[in-house]
Design a protein around this ligand. Sequence first.
Ligand SMILES: Cc1cc2nc3c(=O)[nH]c(=O)nc-3n(C[C@H](O)[C@H](O)[C@H](O)COP(=O)(O)OP(=O)(O)OC[C@H]3O[C@@H](n4cnc5c(N)ncnc54)[C@H](O)[C@@H]3O)c2cc1C
Length: 612
Amino acid sequence: MLSDNACTTTTGAAPHLFATAIQFLAATQCYTPDKICPDDAAPDLETFDFIVVGAGSAGSVVANRLSEISHWNVLLLEAGPEPPIESDIPSLDVEMYQSKYDWQYVTKSDGVRHQGLQNGTVRWPRGKMLGGSSSINAMFYVRGNDHDFQSWFDEGNPSWSPETVNTYFKKAENLQDMRLNEDLEIYEAYGHDGPLIINTFNTSYAELTEKILDSWDNIGVKKIPDINAVKFQGYGLSAISRATAANGERQSTYRAYLKTANSRLNLKVITNAFVTKILLDDNAQAYGVEVDVNGKQKRFFADLEVILSAGSINTPHLLMLSGIGPAEHLFSKNISCKVDLPYVGQNLQDHPYVPIPIYGDEPGPENIAEKMIDVLKYLHNKTGYLAHENIINLSAFFSRYKHLDYPEFQSHLLIFRPNSSDARTYLSTYNDDVVDSFTKYISDKALYIFALHILHPFSRGMIYLNTSNPYDYPIIDANYLGDNRDIQSSVDSIKIVTSLINTPFFKSINAFIPKIDLPHCFEYEFLSDLYWKCYSIHMTQTVYHPISTARMGPDPRNSVVNNFLKVHGVKNLRVIDASIMPFETSGNTNAPTIMIGEMGSDMIKADYLTKK
Ligand SMILES: Cc1cc2nc3c(=O)[nH]c(=O)nc-3n(C[C@H](O)[C@H](O)[C@H](O)COP(=O)(O)OP(=O)(O)OC[C@H]3O[C@@H](n4cnc5c(N)ncnc54)[C@H](O)[C@@H]3O)c2cc1C
């Protein structure tokens, strides 16, 4: 059978047979997506009860839940197409980056920070397809912490208490990890009847994952079975992560919420439909949208509401294009201001991410033959390395102080085996010298990259218009580490992560930290606080969690939507997506966004169904 040195003599019959089998198996994967609705299914000027803009993590939930009411007609407009097969296959997510399924945003360079990154800018992939970013993301399922939602509540948003949001997480969830479900505490913490399947990846690195969890435990970050089912305590907690995946396939909101509503006659989903404007009358009442459907300009009308679920970049962009935003800024772009809302696009928050490299003697090089067999396994029964994410499925959540009831930092982990070319691909957003120094020892050592995030940054950025042309991308000023407290946090958290090299496992593999070639940091002693400060400033990028550009709160001077997600000063217009979060949650943002979709849908139902 196959070995690393697979050369052998042949009459030609055996390779032919193997190739035919592979072709056959590949063909059975042939993906002919059921077009949810032809692009021209909705005639120009058609009227609906609700129009939902954007079929992402939140928009798909909203479209599903509203169309449960059979007498409501719902239109869902999505700028992108249906997802490609690479979206289904967990480890192929990065193949969609920089493709037509990715909006391919980049942040504005300030010429000072991020000098380790190409052009001093940070790439911001966002899903442009049904399911939105849930169709391209890394599938970590993390709810966040009671402290997070208490802080939303305390900002004057009385519906968003930790108890209430938990009921909406549960409404979405269907935990299918049978081993975890045997633990009553974990079983009861999750929902089991929701549309969104949550499970645990079968990792190819099970043994190594346990050793790394033990290493976290050694430095006081306690190993536990599940992060969503416990209260945060001590210096931190680490666990194997849950994933929005089922049987080797991604569970995007497209799969969980849209495919399951496909047969409803009262739901129309139009792909390749780019909304360019929300239509407002003279009383600042939203009554429809202008849309480019495959190059054809159309208008659709909403009797009840327009719901914006276009995500943290496109939602504020669309609001401003429609005349809702900071008056002076709109004026400067020749847009007539319908509602002066100074906070549209402001208050941008993201989890800054800094990669920390550690080399070690284990694991050994990749066995190419085994990898190929794994590919066949995936074709056959959706197992093997393709069935899980490239990132090792563990997360550590930790703090500098023992008394906090929430984590300050999160760390994911990537492992690249000796000689792996994937490390260079993964690091491709960095400039060549950085990549060379990162991968300097990869020919015979394994590279561990600890992906370190600050969970509650103080820095605030903003999104603003470049021009009034809806096809021109807005400008993203991310302002990572703009607040000195975030720089200090970054240094402190790096020192905690790098202390892992003194734990028994990392000692046993002779772990060491390589020096990264950053000319701006040459003057600082390697591994000193000043080195890590400089390193943070130039190496920080995104872990893809932008939020708060249409912030929820009671005061129109510092927020965009109210407790019920209604846009201040505008009638019949809500925002339901990640942009409404007042503060970052203690973890990845997909689960909270789906929760927002669930809760926002119920708020709409409560408004209209109880009035009838
Ligand atoms: C690469 C990546 C990895 C991530 N990894 C994780 C992870 O592992 N775990 C996790 O919890 N979170 C992760 N996230 C974050 C998480 O996926 C997002 O927070 C979440 O999907 C945001 O949901 P949303 O509904 O606000 O926006 P989106 O899901 O981005 O949806 C917005 C939708 O609106 C559409 N749209 C935009 N403008 C228009 C318009 N004008 N007209 C019509 N349609 C429009 C878009 O095409 C898109 O489909 C990741 C994100 C990315 C990009």
